[in-house]
Design a binder for this molecule. Structure first.
Ligand code: PEP
Ligand code: MG
Length: 328
């Protein structure tokens, strides 16, 4: 089977009837992104910059960060690389920065933390911009945006960093491309503000892990309530449908970078709903490409249609599995 799955891995992903689907990588370590094992992907859809921060003993300097970011931008020089600003807090505490809170997932994490520490945010964004000199493939993604004020504040800081780095670049005769800016759709409040994003951001990326956690009010890492955490819950599926429909109407580029995109059932349903860009861990790429290649878009649309009428997650799961099993 491994050989069958490997077959065609170098080719771009498409459904059986040749609807092109963009497959991107989720990464955080250079080992995840080695070009040799990731031939045939369309870029990096989520570079989790907190991973190198978690492995260090103290905050990496601007130089160190520039170096790290440069390495991934150059590896994927012809393809987009979506770099997410620091998403610490919640389940990702930094060893050298204690944050004690009763409800870490509802607390000081992601953009909330970095906007309260603009110096950390500015160092990181400057490092990203410096790393991007000479490349044109960098996008910046903001995590945990729950309202427009956070977005406006982040954009203002990015603009400030851009002006600083562009000035230095210009003095050396280099040009600095303006990065595309996007936000994670992972806090439910932002589902109701999607139209306001048009004109402010260049793209959105759906974080189904946190979206599920916050829609269902269930800690994504608590084994006691693991049975409640289900990305196929009808509420999550309807939220995902709302996002794709609205972004199509607004002509706002969208992709999904939560675990659901790399899950066989999830990928079929997402494509069936209308998503054309999925970002996943490297280990899921071959499997998802193989599956897409053997199923038509119309079949995926039917699976999604059924899923959106279901009352229970298990109905969705059973129906999709039965279809795939019937397919051999
Ligand atoms: C998500 O929440 O779905 C996501 C991709 O981000 P993370 O898992 O890093 O929180
Ligand atoms: Mg998240």
């Amino acid at each position: 089977l491994a050989k069958v799955v490997e077959d065609g891995l170098d080719k771009p992903a498409a459904t059986r009837d040749n609807q092109r689907i963009h497959i991107h990588l989720n990464a955080g370590l250079s080992a995840d992104t080695s070009i040799a094992v990731n031939k045939g992907v369309d870029g990096v859809g989520l570079y989790r910059t907190e991973v190198p921060f978690l492995l260090q003993r103290s905050f990496p300097s601007e130089e160190e960060q520039t170096h790290q970011y440069q390495s991934i931008l150059s590896t994927y020089r012809d393809k987009p690389v979506v770099m997410r600003t620091l998403d610490i807090g919640g389940d990702k505490p930094l060893p050298y920065l204690a944050i004690e809170e009763d409800n870490p997932f509802l607390g000081w994490r992601g953009i909330r933390f970095t906007l309260d520490h603009p110096e950390i945010f500015l160092i990181q964004v400057r490092a990203m911009l410096r790393a991007s000199i000479g490349y044109s493939n960098m996008d910046i993604l903001l995590p945990m945006i729950s309202g427009i004020a956070e977005l406006d504040e982040s954009i203002a800081l990015i603009e400030r960093a851009y002006t600083e780095v562009a000035k230095v670049a210009q003095s050396k005769g280099q040009t600095l491309k303006r990065p595309r800016i996007g936000i994670m759709i992972e806090v439910p409040s932002i589902l109701y503000q999607l139209p306001v994003l048009k004109g402010k951001v260049d793209f959105i990326s759906v974080g189904s892990n946190d979206l599920t956690q916050y829609l269902l009010a269930v800690d994504r890492n608590n084994s006691r309530v693991a049975g409640v955490y289900d990305a196929l819950h009808p509420a999550v599926l309807h939220a995902l449908k709302h996002i794709i429909d609205t972004s199509q109407r607004l002509q706002l580029p969208v992709s999904v970078c939560g675990e659901l995109a790399g899950d066989p059932i999830g990928a079929l349903l997402l494509v069936g709903m209308g998503y054309r860009s999925l970002s996943m861990n490297t280990r899921n790429v071959a499997k998802i490409k193989y599956m897409l290649r053997h199923i038509s878009l119309e079949e995926m649309e039917q699976l999604a249609q059924f899923a959106l009428t279901a009352t229970f997650a298990d109905e969705v799961r059973d129906n999709t599995i039965a279809f795939v099993d019937g397919h051999g």
